[in-house]
Write a protein that binds this ligand. Structure first.
Ligand code: MGD
Ligand code: MGD
Ligand code: SF4
Ligand code: MO
Length: 748
């Protein structure tokens, strides 16, 4: 018997069908005319980092992209792109693209090509069998901040409203959960307030735990375009490329940020630099906060952070200068055992100095992945689609009415977090897992334990561009996905700007866009009728637009992809009234807008909150047996996370080391008799990673840095989470270093 999806294909018309049947064979329907744009230029937002640069795809006679260049007209990148952007087409043609579904053959243990029909039948029957045995919530997915907003919304809606899942999460937990919770609690909504113009309008920029020269190089170009001769402060234990370019490097002890930030708040108070008017009219909790910070004296701060007194004095003079100060933070803050309060300590500083809602100011979290902001709004994990509350009955009723579904289908509680989902797997409560566009088996914390969970899963589905990723190799079923450049959709960048990605290449073989795969799964599951309104990405966008109505992220003024393309992207909020005002010539700031210009926040009373808590020691400090502290993070602008895409480009591979290296301070190297090029084992209580030594004073004595791009690194990291955001603390655990072999110089 033919599965019903074939009927769907035959019955349906429009772009969705075209997308599906462009892959010949699987459905016996052959090729249909290409949907690709005609020869010329198609613009598409880059699919790597959250900067959101616009790239121009130069199309050949068949409508397929033959080359890329940076878009000179786009307000974000103004003709610039980093090496990953320039090379973004190369990974699409990699020889290890997965071009058919692959199913593990129990007899041989190998992943073997199968038809889409068999793949979907198997997925559905195995998942339903699990649900019959262990209940509907025994299924879960782990997804991503790297697929289009429409795709992640469809996945979240399908899984929860169609397939009965309750607990699902994404790699945004590894990345932005802290900023999300910090903003929600302080501002009443997950709302990064800035616009990139703030990089150029500041008198002082304070980067905390951020290395934009490597991780957001085009944003760093915006800093360089600042003509106000700004102070640039970098708070980072490492002397990174960004720290070297700064006017002040604050090399604090890892995880002493909270003490430093409370000490700065006390110094602002002492110096009389509090914006009393702003605090009185727009905030709540200041009296308690100002009493709390009294104990964070300069002596206490110096003792805890290990900073030189002169550095602290200069930092205080910058923060109390009364000029325009913007605070920026990334993973050095978000990944920590007390990360939410640390992010809020930054927010508190901006609030008490009145540095918010004006040009060149803000408490600004820079996001990571190209669509981390989209997954925060539409991941359907911790908040209901569009930033609604699962626990609120009227919110559920509203979302159900927009989507045309029964409100009873919507779970009445938010999902548990990534680490808790894995604990459920360990307890065999969750037994079926669907991993989409994330490489968990490389990037999750304390990997050996994660890998040991594989045997607890009855069925693991992995949906990726490549079957060679660490995670895909563990799968029972691999679904072949089209990548960036092979599909349409919307991404939201760090400054809340919605921009369009375009299909400029045909996906290889039978690979399908994630959107099409989700539609196929819906139909195979038997709930396809619930998702008829999601006929193509742009139709789904219409639903999401409606869900945003009257929310802080209201983008009801955006009515089409073409509008987004012609305007150089549009930041949320952009309401119907905003659009009408623009049409009437009454909207001067359509291209760049920051939040909170009127001092009104999204809390019930319109006031921002001061939130604070006593600092706690890091959970695993170095000791005699493990005397070094391990730091991890981005190694080069040419490497993206687990390298599944960037390693496919010879150009990018030449720009970064190909094997794992450990940055070690010269004093430690001398003491241990190590030289650059030697091989060492870096050993934690949980695992071992072999690396070659790079002797460099960028790290402090007693610390070692490993770039996250190599798969052994997370064997070492510690399973420790911030209690509010449940984001892993990837950047601090104890290790020891054991010499293994001498380097090519043989000098040891
Ligand atoms: N080339 C490239 N660019 C990327 C990515 C990539 O993989 N490659 N990934 C993207 C993603 S998803 C993200 S989230 C961003 C991440 O961007 P960043 O957060 O800028 O990058 P990281 O290197 O992870 O961490 C930043 C810094 O935190 C410092 N740090 C460690 N511990 C502490 C601490 O206790 N306190 C302070 N103050 N600092 C500390 C580290 O030394 C490091 O220099 O980059 C994005 N851009
Ligand atoms: N030690 C340490 N670990 C870390 C960090 C750290 O600083 N230190 N940082 C953490 C952070 S911030 C992050 S964001 C995570 C990132 O962790 P991951 O998300 O696991 O890393 P990626 O390599 O980006 O994995 C994305 C996967 O999706 C696939 N893919 C790409 N595009 C598509 C698509 O369109 N569709 C589908 N289906 N698949 C696609 C890619 O081939 C790749 O396998 O790592 C975290 N892990
Ligand atoms: S900075 Fe980020 S968005 Fe811009 S080209 Fe590089 S990876 Fe792409
Ligand atoms: Mo990230």
């Amino acid at each position: 018997m033919r599965p019903p999806l074939l009927n769907l294909l035959k019955a349906q018309s429009g772009p969705f069908t075209a997308e599906l049947v462009q892959s010949p064979g699987a459905f016996g329907l052959g090729r249909v005319p290409s949907k690709l744009a005609p020869a010329g230029i198609a613009k598409s937002i880059c699919g790597y980092c959250s900067t959101g640069c616009s790239l121009q795809a130069h199309l050949g006679p068949d409508g397929e992209a033959i080359n890329l260049s940076a878009d000179p007209a786009y307000p974000v990148n103004r003709g610039m792109a980093c090496p990953k952007g320039w090379e973004a087409l190369t990974p699409l043609s990699a020889p290890d693209r997965v071009t058919t579904p692959l199913l593990r053959n129990p007899a041989t243990g190998a992943l073997e090509p199968v038809s889409w029909e068999l793949a979907l039948e198997t997925m559905v029957s195995r998942f339903k069998a699990i649900q019959r045995e262990a209940g509907p919530a025994a299924l879960s997915f782990l997804s991503t901040g790297q697929i289009a907003m429409e795709e992640m919304a469809l996945l979240g809606a399908l899984a929860k409203f169609g397939m009965g899942m309750v607990d699902v999460d994404s790699n945004t937990r590894q990345c932005m959960a802290t900023a999300h919770v910090a903003y929600r609690e302080s501002f009443g909504f997950d709302a990064p307030p800035f616009t990139y113009d703030d990089f150029e309008q500041s008198d002082a920029l304070v980067f905390v735990g951020a290395n934009p020269c490597i991780a957001h190089p085009i944003l760093w170009q915006r800093v360089m375009a600042n003509v106000r001769n700004p102070e640039i402060v970098v708070v980072d234990p490492r002397r990174t490329e960004t720290a070297m370019a700064a006017t002040l490097h604050v090399p604090l002890r890892p995880k002493s940020d909270l003490v430093l930030l409370y000490g700065l708040a006390r110094a602002v108070l002492e110096a009389g630099a509090v914006d009393a008017d702003f605090v009185a009219h727009h905030t709540r909790g200041y009296p308690e906060f100002s009493a709390f910070v009294q104990s964070f004296t300069p002596e206490h701060v110096l003792a805890e952070t290990g900073l030189d007194r002169e550095v602290l004095i200069r930092l205080v003079s910058i923060v109390t200068s009364g000029k325009r100060i913007s605070f920026w933070w990334t993973m050095g803050v978000n990944q920590g055992h007390e990360s939410t309060r640390t992010a809020q300590a930054i927010i508190n500083l901006a609030l008490m100095t009145g540095n918010i809602g004006r040009p060149g100011t803000g408490a600004n979290s820079i996001t990571g992945q190209c669509n981390a902001m989209g997954s925060r709004l539409f991941g359907n994990a911790t908040s209901l689609l569009g930033g609604y509350d699962f626990a609120d009955e009227s919110d559920r009723a509203h979302v159900a009415s927009v989507l045309g579904i029964d409100p009873a289908l919507i779970p009445d509680r938010k999902s548990i977090a990534y680490d808790q989902i894995l604990e459920s797997v360990e307890r065999r409560q969750i037994r079926g897992l669907w991993i989409v566009a994330t490489n968990t088996a490389h990037t999750w914390v304390d990997l050996n334990r994660f890998r040991s969970l594989r045997e607890k899963l009855d069925f693991l589905v992995v949906q990726d561009l490549y079957a060679t990723t660490e995670t895909a190799r563990m799968a029972d079923l691999v679904l072949p996905a089209a990548g960036w450049g092979e599909k349409d959709g919307v991404l939201i960048n760090s400054e809340r700007r919605l921009g369009v990605i375009r299909k400029v290449r045909r996906a290889p073989g039978l690979a399908l866009s994630d959107f099409a795969i989700f539609r196929l799964v819906a139909d195979a599951w038997g709930c396809g009728n619930q998702f008829l309104g999601w006929s193509c990405p742009e139709a789904a966008f219409d639903l999401l637009r409606e869900l945003s109505r009257d929310q802080p992220c209201d983008f009801t003024g955006i009515t089409s992809y073409a509008q987004l393309e012609s305007r150089g992207g549009i930041q949320w909020p952009w309401t119907e009234a905003d659009e009408a005002a623009l049409q009437a010539g009454q909207c001067p700031n359509a291209t760049e807008r920051r939040l909170f210009e009127d001092g009104r926040f999204f809390t019930d009373d319109g006031r921002a909150r001061f939130l604070f808590e006593e600092p706690r020691p890091m959970p695993e400090p170095p000791d005699e047996a493990y005397p070094f502290l391990l730091l991890t993070g981005r190694g080069s602008s040419a490497q993206w996370h687990t390298g599944t895409r960037t390693n496919k480009s010879e150009v990018l591979r030449r720009l970064a080391p190909r094997t794992l290296y450990a940055e070690i301070h010269p004093d430690d190297a001398t003491r241990l008799g190590l030289h650059s090029g030697d091989t060492v084992s870096v050993v934690s209580r949980r695992g071992t990673a072999n690396a070659f030594v790079l002797v460099t004073a960028t790290v402090q004595p007693g610390q070692v840095f490993l770039p996250m791009h190599f798969p052994d690194v997370n064997q070492l990291t510690l399973r420790c989470f911030d209690p509010y955001s449940r984001q892993p603390s990837y950047k601090a655990c104890a290790v020891r270093i054991e010499a293994m072999a001498r380097g090519p110089g043989g000098k040891t």
